[in-house]
Design a protein around this ligand. Structure first.
Ligand code: RIB
Ligand code: CA
Length: 313
């Protein structure tokens, strides 16, 4: 089966970095057409820098990296340095990128790629706020029908919120963008906190990264060690939740995940619950389903896949 063509839209972020590494380590299943950076965990200049650092760590300076939106569509920027550190990629000491950013704006790359590639052949993989994706849809509605699918990390139902009591960071950071994407009619698969909070990097799993004995293995171990300190203190959990790699792992092994095709709406007005994903998990409304909302993961299978693939880099 031919590899699936994808665009990774991302705000690295240590977990974004691991998701990108997993994608680049899996050419049988995934062809990365490009990476578009978006403002999120840290400002755009840093997410665009970090995306290139990760490509070079993977030995892939050929992957085109574009800078996209530097702020949400309407609201003020929200960042998460308290989780990811001031650079967004704290943990390992990695060299500044040598590969250049491409001149084209990330939103234009998304539009041009979807218009160029055959309809239904490109999957969008947003790992951060949905500002780039929604801006592309608003500027070029013709591309929506050409999207082969969207597999994103964002939202929550049973886990409710991580940046506010009601909302997950990616959705809360640009709720207007999320409303556009969830209302677009595109084929949507969602990896919410309900799943990612079950993908915890325990010490044994972190040790397995380190035991790879490679620069990538060490860097991932140091990234997740850093990333873990916040969630361990907050949730008392045994390890950091690896949110974004659930997206790229799904493209390789969808059988590791299970969920329900349900209606998911986005709160865009209430300041109290702004960015909440109102997921009709129990089917109590007559609102039409619009998303495959994942609820469970085979965590051991996920980490076995991740560790095996990282060993290739
Ligand atoms: O809430 C977790 C999400 O927000 C992840 O994508 C993380 O990288 C941050 O962007
Ligand atoms: Ca992210």
């Amino acid at each position: 089966m031919a590899a699936r063509k994808i665009i990774i839209d991302t705000d690295p972020g240590q977990d974004d970095a691991v998701a990108i590494l997993l994608a680049l380590a899996s050419p049988e299943e995934i062809e990365v057409l490009g990476i578009t950076a978006v403002a999120g965990n840290v400002p755009l200049a840093l997410t665009a820098r970090n995306a290139r650092i990760v490509c070079e760590l993977a030995g892939r300076p050929d992957v085109p990296v574009f800078a996209g939106c530097d702020r949400p569509m309407r609201r003020a920027p929200v960042t998460a340095e308290h989780v990811h550190g001031p650079t967004g990629l704290n943990g390992p000491v990695l060299p500044d990128p040598v590969m250049p950013l491409r001149d084209m704006h990330g939103v234009d790359f998304i539009i041009d790629t979807l218009r160029r590639e055959a309809p239904g052949t490109v999957t969008l993989c947003p790992l951060g706020p949905l500002s780039n994706i929604a801006t592309a849809f608003a500027r070029a509605p013709d591309i929506i029908g050409r999207v082969g699918g969207i597999v994103l990390m964002g939202g929550a139902y049973f886990e409710v919120g991580n940046i506010t009591p009601a909302a997950e960071f990616n959705i809360h950071a640009d709720p207007d963008a999320a409303e556009i994407v969830f209302g677009s009619g595109a084929d949507l698969t969602v990896m919410p906190l309900d799943v990612t909070h079950k993908a915890l990097v325990s010490k044994a799993r972190n040790d397995a990264f380190r035991a790879l004995g490679t620069p990538v293995g060490l860097a991932v171990a140091e990234m997740t060690d850093f990333f873990e300190r916040h969630d361990k203190e907050k949730y008392g959990s045994d390890g950091a939740p690896l949110h974004d790699p659930c997206v790229t792992a799904y493209l390789i092994r969808p059988d590791l995940f299970s969920g329900r095709f349900i209606n998911v709406e986005i709160e865009t007005r209430s300041e109290l619950t702004l960015g909440m994903t109102v997921a009709d998990w129990w089917g109590v409304t007559d609102r039409a389903p619009n998303a495959m909302f994942m609820g469970d993961i085979d965590a051991d299978g996920f980490f076995a896949l991740l560790t095996e693939r990282l060993a290739r880099l």
